[in-house]
Write a protein that binds this ligand. Sequence first.
Ligand code: PEP
Ligand code: MN
Length: 360
Amino acid sequence: MENTIVLRTWLDDLKLTHPLVIAGPCSAETEEQVMGIAHALKDTDVNYYRAGIWKPRTRPGNFEGVGAIGLKWLQRVKEETGLKTATEVANKAHVDLALEHDIDLLWIGARSTVSPFIVQEIADALRGTDKVVLVKNPVNPDLSLWLGAVERLRSAGIEKLGVIHRGFSTYEKTKYRNIPEWQLAIELQSRFPDLPLINDPSHISGKRDLIFDVSQAALDLNFDGLMIETHTNPDKAWSDAAQQITPDRLVQIMRDLRIRKETDQEAAYRQNLSNLRAQIDVIDNQLVDILGKRMKVADAIGSLKKEKNVAVLQTNRWNSILGKMILEGQEHGLSEEFVLKMFKAIHQESINHQEAIINS
Ligand code: PEP
Ligand code: MN
């Protein structure tokens, strides 16, 4: 992806004094609903009005979108409110129709990004367009797949590009609908600083209470914008009801978010940050040092066990260590989950050491 400067231009051209905002309903439902939400968002910070026209549903039998008729409603939104329009495209037919209806921004959904065939089909259909095209991360945490989709669009001559981070599926149930795995977005940002990065707190959260915190986390990590599902009657939405917020709530969130400046604009901030990072580096070194010491003690225990022919794994002792450390962790503001994970890893390493000693 050379020539990355071009990628940012469309965003810089908007000359925004706040993060880019894409808002609107998960799905276009009726003309009244689409117009009602658009008018409620008209005089806000919203830059692009989103509405899903074709909905990828995990299970069949749910509302699958109103189809092409909804594109006419989006055209009306643009005429009446001046908001630019955005929708998801998942095949060539969608692209052709969206372009025919002059949709300003097209995005590739998480379920499409996983398929290079689909992405290629979409890229070919978009060849030569000057519309903005954003790629949502694939449902699985795979950075190459995400970047691969961007590269396919780049190769088709699309210059106004960006990515949307909407979190990743897990089998395990967590407080998120899709866990953020922020490190992937951070890595993408550090490898391609000129690729606009938008956060989608709605699909990460799955419920409206988490939207603010996820948005703030994204802005703290210097994301360029937010895509937030917004509906005048969220509870009655035909898709993703639990995660949609009202236009009023969106305005409030935009007001309350602390918008961070670019790091290099504030020398004092940078100085503070680098001091804190230096402290972290020192502590990290101490951590490794102390873990090495602990392991030496474990080695000594291993030698003793070998002498006495005792089993390596002593479950009772291990459980009592864990119990104590969870309590200790709480006092230091560490979650039980973290303490458990950390001690499991430390314990496993001790067992490996002791096995090696006993079998030596
Ligand atoms: C959406 O934006 O409504 C959508 C279906 O998103 P995703 O592809 O992230 O699931
Ligand atoms: Mn949705």
